[in-house]
Design a protein around this ligand. Sequence first.
Ligand code: SAH
Length: 573
Amino acid sequence: MEYKKNMPVTVKIEDIGNDGEGIGKLDGYTLFIKDAVIGDTVRAKIMKAKKNYAYAHLEEIIEASPYRTEPRCKLHRQCGGCQLQTLSYEEQLKFKQGKIRNNLIRIGGFDADYIDKIMEPIMGMEEPYRYRNKAQYPIGYGKVNGQKELVAGFYAAHSHAIIPNTDCVLGAEENKDILEAVLSYMKENNVSAYDEEAGEGVLRHVLIRKGFATGEIMVCLVIKANRSGLPAQDRLVEKLIGIKGVKSISVSINNENTNVIMGNKVHTIWGKDTIKDTLKIRDMTAEGCPYTGEELTFKISPLSFYQVNPTQTEKLYSTALEFAGLTGREAVWDLYCGIGTISLFMAKRAGKVYGVEIVPEAIEDARENARNNGIGNAEFFVGKAEEVLPDFYKNAGTSEMIHPDVIVVDPPRKGCDAACLETMLQMGPSRIVYISCDSATLARDLKILCDGGYELKRVRGCDMFGQGVHVETVVSLSLKSDSPKIEVSMKPGEDSLYEPQDKGTYEKIKAYVLEKYGFKVSSLYIAQLKDKCGLDKRLNYNLSKKDDPHVPECPKEKEDAIMDAFRHFGLIE
Ligand code: SAH
């Protein structure tokens, strides 16, 4: 049978695609049907037909799936932000668990049985609505009862037409009052909304952030300002400060004709420049995952990155901390560190933490967050992870920077850059903790790390985006005790701490000591002793700069064992 455009089809939905669409099959021919739920039998019309598959439009649900649930938002189909709202939350979690699993197997090349053995149950949300602490509403003219009116809402899928909605069910309840205050101020004071096509008008977006633990709310108005800023600004302030929790009101000027929401600069027009939020750590190994008593407070500015689901963020960070296995002495790199949230929790349990982040303002926030929380053992660097890390490795790092015990990465959706992965392999930390918001790029990167000598030990999903298709994953990797592949990943002739072939690589020394003496020695101790023996000139140079009191001294017993290994491998007489 040949399938063509406009053809009607009746099909049972048996799977969910990556973007939440229903997938059904007719004689091996695959149909992708948006808004159809796994378990439904539907009638649909083919919109676009290819040789082996087609996209079809849902026309009628003939038999509803037992997994269907009543969506809380009537506009979810038009919006497209909540692709899974009609699927029960339990099934959403199954879908996400399966998505991570499949990507690890298909893209990462991991054995299915192995993944099933190590993968832990996804961490779901207790309440998968009203969880977002951040909302960005476009302001413009939309249709209300057939009339063109000033509205706040969201863009219809694949378009910039604004569908009016001041109460997204994922966001905080206060958003509605704030948006209505903004709209009434605009109407009363003849303040226009920005018109993207004409490039004219004033108000573009309203950004709202709420610290869930503190109740503090920030409102940032993004405007085009060709004259004198926000007109009748005091009247707006007056309205907004009547809303409970509002602590900061600011304006961001964006005069560009672009899809980027925020302008580069923000200025406060009332209250504080930032709001605060507190995150707490849980003991993920104990029954019921109780709070440990560790908590940190973060300052959040309108421009900085802060995880949007604080309740789940606590679980995610707690899991990452557990996977890092810190004992108080370790040297840790936290790459893609944002405002230093993960870095600072790690710093409380490690010897020293180095954070890297591309956005300079975020690093300023990270440094301030460290000071405000009384943390003195975290250092932050601005730059690309793929440049900063190789730079320290090749040119300037202290021994503990070059041989950290743990590297944590939390990259954006595109994953880690190859140069970053390569340097991580060269540094050879005992453990890598990878936090990812896209399990496809995670799987791709894990393949590289595992080919380079690491073993995937633990995998756990965390649902940060209930009703949507995205899922966060945290994994831990351990350096295999014999990992000759590390040398393979180096370019020939590249200046390296790892000597060629058998001549006492870090891993060979570790394995030798473990077998002969029965205890483990860290890369840091080996590096310190190589340095002491003058085996690595670069380290001598670095050590002269080192003034860090946290560097642990190698115990005598371990020193003797490492020296023995040096002799064994012919590094010293
Ligand atoms: N770990 C942080 C931030 C994670 S989001 C947290 O949990 O809050 C990813 C971060 O990576 C963002 O802050 C982004 O600005 C930063 N980033 C993006 N590309 C980068 C790169 N090439 N090098 C370093 N940081 C980068």
